[in-house]
Design a protein around this ligand. Structure first.
Ligand code: O2S
Ligand code: ZN
Length: 423
């Protein structure tokens, strides 16, 4: 059987070293402010080897931590000694990873044999870029626009959906600014196909939106990081969040691209430690990936909505992240987000929490949603897709289509609202 490059690469990937054998993901339910402070201190210790999947914010929100097998006993003992309750939500991370990779290999073989594309599967960067070419080549509506290159010199592409006109009012949607949040890329792939199909089949509200506005969809906002999560030699690979740029610390690569925007850059809610998961970078827009997107949006100059897809926790959020005060459009944004979350819920009953970034998830400076809003793009939202922690970043591929479809219900509501409320 002829092995196609994608299959070959994936086969190699299945046999990634046993990097996470015995690792567990603990869900910690802090019961007091003391517990929160202890967990925050633990999170700041970048040498601990603990991979915080969610942050210690309040006793309202659980803290999920991937704990290396070698530290399991010590960490559980520490938590018990501090009377901090926890449960094990992923018993052996490696088992989940091997299953995920084996699924990808089987799917790649099926796709190469049947010349088809399976939306209920995760894909590597090359396959996603080929999918974008196929879409653009088969539809006058869609063009693939290169907006620059990454630190490792990979192309950055946006799919433009337009029925004509010059610099029409536009809607931006990006996914994958955090590399490990694979459900965001997979959802964006499905969305691209859905927008194309709804337009072709004249299914409301896509044709009417596209008669007045353009849609720009960036499926992979952090290509270097995404490639890195497909099993490189590094022990962190599948759970990599950041870019892949060199930093002032030769031991630690990458910047959190969602802390590098010129929006209260350097404020609380980002780290100045290159080894931290939320390292903001040396200066605002220091990262070429952020610079490319910001330049593209600013030079276009007529975006009316900016939406970014992340995972996980099932949240629909709006500005601000950098400060706990209401944005001028707070009540309208809250109303739109609430109605969008209801539309999402109507499909599968998935429940999203709605609120400002600051009050829903944590303080975050240099975030893209604040940057867009502060530049006058009023309808700016961030989605945290499925799930709420059963699988976390390892959401099984059989949830991709239902996640994408329910997200589409919310996005469709917001896009129609933006179109009906020009400003
Ligand atoms: C601040 C928001 C919009 C997203 C958030 C993050 O960037 O940390 C997620 C936890 S990935
Ligand atoms: Zn994210």
């Amino acid at each position: 059987m002829r092995l196609y490059p994608a299959v070959f690469a994936l086969l190699a990937a299945v046999h990634c070293e046993e990097l996470f054998n015995g690792d567990q993901v603990l869900r910690i339910n802090a019961e007091s402010e003391d517990h929160i402070q202890i967990l925050k201190k633990l999170e700041r210790d970048v040498d601990s080897g603990l991979d915080f999947w969610t942050h210690a914010v309040s006793t309202e929100q659980p803290v999920d931590i991937r704990v290396p097998h070698s530290s399991l006993y010590a960490v559980k003992d520490f938590l018990k000694k501090n009377n901090i309750p926890f449960t094990v939500i992923i018993n052996n991370v490696q088992e989940r990873l091997v299953r995920e990779r084996e699924e990808m290999v089987r799917n790649a073989e099926m796709e190469s044999k049947t010349k088809s594309f399976n939306f209920a599967a995760y894909h590597d960067l090359e396959t996603i870029y080929n999918f974008m070419d196929t879409l653009a080549n088969h539809s006058k509506l869609i063009s693939k626009v290169k907006i620059g290159s990454t630190y490792e010199n990979r192309s950055m592409y946006v799919l433009k959906f337009s029925t004509g006109g010059e610099k029409r009012p536009a809607i931006w949607i990006d996914a994958g600014i955090h590399a490990r949040e694979w459900i965001s890329h997979a959802t964006a792939v499905w969305l691209a196909d859905r927008i194309a199909k709804d337009f072709k089949e004249n299914r409301a509200p896509v044709p009417s939106i596209l008669s007045k506005m353009d849609i720009y969809l960036m499926i992979v906002a952090n290509p270097d990081g995404y490639v890195f999560t497909h099993c490189s030699s590094s022990p962190l690979y599948r759970f990599w969040r950041k870019s892949r740029s060199a930093t002032s610390n030769p031991k630690c690569h990458g910047v959190d691209l969602n802390r590098n925007w010129d929006a209260e850059f350097g404020g609380p809610g980002a780290s100045d430690d290159p080894c931290a998961e939320d390292y903001r970078g040396p200066s605002a827009q220091s990262e070429i990936e952020v610079k490319n997107i910001a330049k593209f949006i600013m030079s276009h100059g007529n975006f009316k909505s900016f939406m970014t897809l992340h995972s996980y926790m099932q949240l629909l959020m709006y500005p601000y992240g950098y400060i706990g005060i209401d944005a001028p459009d707070q009540s309208e944004l809250h109303d739109v987000a609430t109605k969008a979350s209801k539309a999402l819920n109507s499909w599968h009953g998935t429940v999203y929490k709605v609120g400002s970034i600051f009050h829903t998830i944590d303080q975050a400076s240099g975030a893209s949603v604040d940057w867009a809003y502060l530049r006058g793009i009023k309808y700016s939202f961030a989605f945290e897709l499925r799930d709420t922690g059963k699988y976390g970043f390892l959401l099984p591929a059989d949830q991709i289509v239902s996640t994408a479809r329910e997200t589409w219900f919310a996005l469709r509501y917001i896009m129609k609202y933006v179109c009906d409320h020009p400003y």
